[in-house]
Design a protein around this ligand. Sequence first.
Ligand code: COA
Length: 203
Amino acid sequence: MSAAQQFTIRPARVSDAAALARIYNVSVLHSVATFQTSHETETRRREWLLTRSTFHPAFVAETLDGAVMGWGALSPYCLNGAWSHTVEDSIYLDAIAQRQGLGARLLARLITTARTVGHRIILARIVAGHSASIGLHAKLGFSEVGRLRNVGYKFDQWHDVVYMQLDLGVPPAMHPKTSSEKSFCAGGKHEGSSHTDTPPILR
Ligand SMILES: CC(C)(COP(=O)(O)OP(=O)(O)OC[C@H]1O[C@@H](n2cnc3c(N)ncnc32)[C@H](O)[C@@H]1OP(=O)(O)O)[C@@H](O)C(=O)NCCC(=O)NCCS
């Protein structure tokens, strides 16, 4: 059994909120992997979990004795109706679970799910120079499609963001989406908030 196979991947539950926040806060507080700068609370993560759905799911990776060591999710990129087949992914692992193939397993699960529910595009917004995340996405077939310069300011430095994209092709059956069209887009990586946060307008 490979190291990554020692983890089970299952849909996230609201009761996983504390574990998700704990794992995510390492990146919030100590890295530029996320541009969130405020400490993530269990309450906010619980609210975020309650927004998960078939189209925008979250999964966790847990050890055989039930310890959550990582999570991955698909979130709307923009809430305007025409974007409904485009999602962005997020993956965060506990440090001791990294570099064992688990990120690749979680991302593969997200890709399979995206294809199953009829999404076409998965986007990843990754801080420039984050070789682990860029390498992970490249390994699973994503390619770089753009770069935003100096859009992030964290730890007294400006940061570029690399956009990577995976095109799953035209969905065999176009699923009617249930969410009503909103007049704004979800900007930023809102791992710490529901996608009803006030975001920047995309034109
Ligand atoms: C980014 C992250 C999800 C990668 O997951 P992982 O389980 O460590 O990655 P895997 O072991 O599945 O590796 C898959 C591929 O990613 C790349 N990769 C992973 N870690 C790497 C590293 N430290 N340096 C360079 N490439 C790396 C490699 O291409 C690797 O393929 P290989 O094993 O054939 O070389 C993980 O490091 C993590 O959770 N980091 C902290 C949170 C974070 O940065 N999330 C991403 C936000 S955009």
